[in-house]
Ligand binder design. Structure first.
Ligand SMILES: C[S@@+](CC[C@H](N)C(=O)[O-])C[C@H]1O[C@@H](n2cnc3c(N)ncnc32)[C@H](O)[C@@H]1O
Length: 396
């Protein structure tokens, strides 16, 4: 018997293992220590998941949909989708762990959602293949421990043409260059520590999903991809079409060459392609990153729809969610990397400039520039490092 407590999130109330009881001996709390996983910090990802689903059904005029969340733990995510989506739907929730299966069943009953939810206790890939055979799936949400890679193939196969794929990754250290060998093995991509590693991590993940989709003659259209509190979230629509998949590979996938000597960044579009790993500016050996996604990180129509819904719903993290969506929209058409003010200060051997002041100075000097959701010390701009330094020298 688990020791449980009730919590509220969004429009639902569920039971979770009592964090006090299960972590008191160790003195602090980690969601992974609970007998069934529940992370309150992922509430924002679940809120945004609900808003995104609402946008998806509205934009595509869908009257009823089938959603699969095959790694459900307490069931919170799928239960929220079933409760908060104001359309007819069936939500398949599932977990390999027996205790999770029992708890999510209890939570489904607690929220009186038996007519909208189907619960199972299978391996996630087995469930996805079973659904692939038996029914049409509109939405798959993969929310694993660590990497989503073991579940991507079946998720890509199972989704209908035009379906929505939502994926979480928490193996950030691998994707942002702490373990380059693991990144090559797991994502077939080069990643090293740079001042904009978090963005590289997200772009490597999207690029990987796009290349996996292309193997199946499918291509993706980004709707919302972001980084928040140590997790990466990729939400894309998936379509069938071999020639369009070729086009996406050649236009949206590519590489970034970053020079640790002078801070210069160069973008190379196209896949497969091996750019010269030498800096275009100072000619020294630089760092090659990729293949990675070079396209947009969000779709404006989706963002606007989500912002409108958010105004009506006002979740408890409303302010943070509004800021995240607004910034994502602003930075959407900027280069696929950012500069950190720490890096700029090091280059200039001076104190760190304030990011908003630097943004204003750059804009006044005629360069497009925005803050970025990736890093509170980050600036996205079309100006090069050399140009940023010049603007700061004359504008301070
Ligand atoms: C990060 S938790 C899911 C959290 C949940 N989606 C949420 O929003 O709270 C990952 C879950 O996947 C389950 N799991 C791991 N491997 C699995 C597999 N191969 N098939 C099904 N479930 C699996 C674990 O038992 C765990 O409960």
């Amino acid at each position: 018997m688990l020791k449980l407590v009730s919590i509220r999130e969004g429009l639902v109330e569920i039971d979770i293992p009592d964090p006090e009881y299960y972590t008191k001996e160790r003195g602090y709390h980690d969601p992974a220590w609970l007998p069934v996983f529940y992370n309150p910090r992922a509430e924002i990802s679940r809120d945004l998941g609900v808003l995104l689903l609402k946008a998806y059904v509205d934009i595509h005029g869908l009257e009823r949909i089938n959603i699969v969340e095959p790694l459900s733990a307490t069931g919170i995510r799928g239960i929220r989708y079933a409760k908060e989506l104001d359309r007819d739907c069936t939500v398949y929730i599932n977990d390999l762990d027996k205790r999770a299966f029992k708890l999510m069943t209890r939570n489904m009953i607690k929220n009186r959602l038996e007519d909208r939810i189907v619960v199972s206790n299978l391996d996630a890939n087995e469930l996805l293949m079973k659904l692939h055979r038996d029914t049409t799936i509109d939405v798959v949400d993969i929310d694993p421990y660590g990497s989503p890679v073991p579940f991507l193939e079946t998720a890509l196969l199972t989704l209908k043409d035009g379906g929505l794929l939502m994926v979480t990754a928490t193996d950030i250290a691998v994707l942002y260059g702490v373990y380059p060998t693991t990144c090559v093995r797991r994502y077939q991509s080069l990643s090293y520590r740079t001042p904009f590693s978090i963005e590289t991590a997200l772009r490597i993940l999207i690029g990987y999903i796009s290349r996996q989709a292309a193997r199946l003659d499918k291509y993706l259209r980004v709707v919302l991809c972001y980084y928040h509190q140590l997790y990466l979230r990729v939400c894309v629509e998936l379509y069938e079409g071999a020639s369009k998949a070729n086009e996406v590979l050649s236009k949206e996938i590519g590489y970034i060459v970053y020079c640790p000597n002078c801070g210069h960044r160069t973008v190379f579009r196209g896949y497969p392609y091996t750019p010269s790993p030498y800096c275009k500016n100072c000619k020294l050996k630089a760092i090659l990153l990729g293949p990675l996604w070079l396209g947009e990180l969000c779709n404006e129509e989706y963002c606007n729809f989500m912002l409108d819904s958010l105004e009506r719903i006002k979740y408890r993290h409303y302010k943070l969610e509004k800021k995240l969506l607004t910034l994502l929209k602003e930075e959407n058409y900027m280069p696929p990397y950012y500069y950190s003010v720490t890096e700029i200060a090091k280059t200039m051997k001076t104190v760190e400039p304030s990011p908003s002041k630097l943004r204003n100075l750059l804009v006044e000097s005629g360069y497009k520039a925005t803050l970025t959701h990736f890093d509170s010390k980050g600036i996205k701009t079309i100006a090069s490092m050399h140009e940023i330094v010049e603007v700061l020298k004359h504008g301070r």
